[in-house]
Write a protein that binds this ligand. Structure first.
Ligand code: HAS
Length: 542
């Protein structure tokens, strides 16, 4: 691996795990507070810790890891090293993001930004928190531009050739991110910063939430797609097989680009001010974005089965025995896939308007995203880490590390079973999310919730041990004996269909994406800006 690229990738990955540790500490503490098991000293607040947990885990750990991983794959698949300009842009991005993270964390710890990871208005943070977020987003744009430049250069120098699957997927992931972050950038720059500095007195709350969710839903696919990159391109190689279909994989990523943005209203189904027609339209589009995940599930089963059969598996499920259960590069992402089945089913429940009325703003939703991002995605990222660090630093992934990784994965799943399981159950009993410890004056309905809150805290403690173990494993990876570890990128099965050239017509896909966004958002946003939202008194100006 090119040493300059190795440094760049490693910086991102290690920063990500630093954020995971801090976010984990904040996470376990807020869980214990919520469960009524501890009281915080020195005036530290529950919401302060919850903000630190959400920001560091969901926004910082993920973004740094993803950019590091994507750059590693770009370097590997587009000629063995990065071009100088993309590498410089990535370092600039890293610097901006790291500076933004440090600034934001300081303001959260000072209790000047206890606004949770969604920073909804009218909760107001210090302007410097929003500036910190801007630095993170602008930094990530720099890194995205670097990936686009490297990809374009490769396409120009390899006329008529299909780009490597990994690089195609990395480009879609970053395109999705750049288009999505326009929403949050508009919210922060045009609304929250002027308002928090006191330059304007009011903020259009509905518009700010809409801009947030325009970004917030594709954000979850920005987390998911790198995990899918691993499932599509890395896992086939790790299990000794081949990629089932290059065309299917690319099509599923294109569908994510098209359908993951114009769906933000499914987070706002209970909000007044958006007419049911636009909510309905966005719910339909949400059901469209489930399709590429179903395609992914199909493709994975096909890969497992064809590989197993080539190795001699018989019967309907005989291939199961041929999977490499003792290989952490497979085991951790596989547990992520397995858990993505109930996690995805939960998402479909959330998206169904009537059922959303039951689960919205309850702990069910918290349970949902701890299965999706905090298990399916996180375990896949951990699975990647086990080979990525030794591959780029010239070390070995030893048997001991495989074992440690497998135990870490099991511990994570056990912790998550207790935590997310009780969140889902107590959510259905009505327990709200984002609420500090309270006995609700011993209201009889709420007394039932308490044992679940305690089970959540116990699950949280197990997960915290698993976080510490993961950090230990990262340190162990950095110190493992010198040697070689493969960067496992799969090849496509010979029998698969050729990939249509159309799939690389970027102008076309970006154009369709823009049209879908305009259809889904123009009228409702115009209504919000004009103060003419459904249900409002006509001609009222806000
Ligand atoms: Fe979600 C809320 C709908 C997926 C994350 N979601 C959230 C929030 C987060 C989040 C963070 O419609 C909370 C935001 C907040 O703070 O308020 N979500 C969906 C839907 C999907 C979905 C329809 N979510 C995700 C993913 C996330 C994520 C992925 C992170 C990475 N979500 C919602 C809705 C809300 C919501 C509403 C708002 C709720 C409210 O009211 O506030 C879909 O994309 C899910 C599709 C997935 C599948 C599963 C496919 C399975 C696969 C695995 C195959 C396994 C194999 C191995 C092959 C259909 C690919 C098996 C092997 C064997 C041997 C068995």
């Amino acid at each position: 691996f090119n040493p300059k690229d190795s440094k760049l990738v490693l910086a991102h990955i290690l920063f990500a795990f630093g954020a995971l540790l801090l976010g984990g500490i904040a996470g376990v503490l807020q869980g214990l507070v919520r469960g009524g098991m501890i009281k915080l000293p020195a005036g530290i607040g529950y919401y302060q810790l919850l903000t630190a947990h959400g920001v560091l885990m969901a926004l910082i750990f993920t973004t740094f890891f993803i950019i590091g991983f994507l750059y590693s794959g770009i370097s590997k698949t587009l000629g063995g090293e990065l071009l100088p300009l993309p590498r410089r842009l990535a370092w600039l991005g890293f610097g901006l993001m790291a500076g933004g993270t440090a600034l934001g964390t300081v303001f959260i710890l000072l209790n000047k930004a206890s606004v949770l990871y969604t920073f909804y208005a009218p909760l107001k943070a210090s302007p410097y928190f929003y500036i910190a977020l801007t630095m993170v987003v602008v930094g990530s744009w720099m890194s995205g531009f670097g990936i686009f430049i490297n990809y374009r250069y490769w396409k120009r120098t390899h006329k008529g050739q299909l780009s490597p699957l990994f690089s195609f997927m990395a480009v879609i992931t970053m395109l999705l991110w750049q288009v999505a972050t326009i929403g949050v950038a508009a919210e922060v720059l045009l609304q929250l910063i002027p308002w928090s500095f006191g330059w304007v007195d009011t903020v259009n709350v509905l518009l700010s939430r809409t801009l947030f969710w325009y970004f917030g839903h594709p954000l979850v696919y920005f987390w998911l797609l790198p995990a899918y990159i691993c499932w599509y391109t890395i896992i086939p190689k790790v299990i000794g097989g081949k990629i089932f279909s290059d065309a299917l994989a690319r099509l599923s990523f294109i569908l994510f680009l098209l359908f993951s943005i114009p769906v933000g209203f499914h987070h706002q189904l209970t909000e007044p001010g958006i007419s049911s027609f636009w909510k309905f339209l966005q719910v339909i589009l949400t059901f469209m974005v489930i399709v590429p995940s179903l395609m992914t599930a199909f493709s994975l089963f096909a890969t497992f089965e064809t590989t197993g059969r080539e190795k001699g598996a018989k019967g309907l499920f005989g291939w199961f025995k041929f999977l490499p259960w003792k290989d952490v590069r497979f085991f951790a992402p596989f547990m992520g896939m397995l858990i993505f089945i109930p996690a995805g089913a939960g998402g479909i429940i959330n998206a169904s308007n009537q059922m959303n009325q039951v689960v919205h703003n309850t702990l069910w939703v918290t349970g949902h995203f701890h299965l999706t991002v905090a298990t399916s995605v996180a375990l896949t990222f951990f699975g990647i880490t086990y080979w990525l660090i030794p591959a780029i630093t010239g070390r070995q992934l030893t048997q001991r590390l495989h074992k440690l990784g497998i135990w870490q994965t099991i511990l994570w799943c056990v912790g998550m079973f207790f935590m997310s399981g009780s969140m889902h159950t107590v959510g259905l009993l009505g327990s709200p999310r984002r609420t500090a410890y309270t006995t609700y004056e011993n209201h009889p309905d709420t007394v039932l919730w308490m044992p679940y809150h305690v089970a959540m805290a116990i699950g949280g403690m197990i997960l915290f041990v698993a976080v510490v173990m993961m950090i230990y494993n990262v340190v162990a990876l950095m110190r493992s004996p010198k040697g070689e570890t493969e960067y496992p990128i799969g090849e496509v099965r010979d029998a698969s269909e050729p990939t249509p050239k159309l799939f690389e017509r970027w102008g076309l896909w970006l154009g369709v994406t823009a049209v879908l966004i305009l259809v889904a958002y123009t009228i409702p946003v115009a209504q919000m800006m004009g103060g003419d939202t459904p249900g409002s008194i006509p001609f009222v100006t806000w």
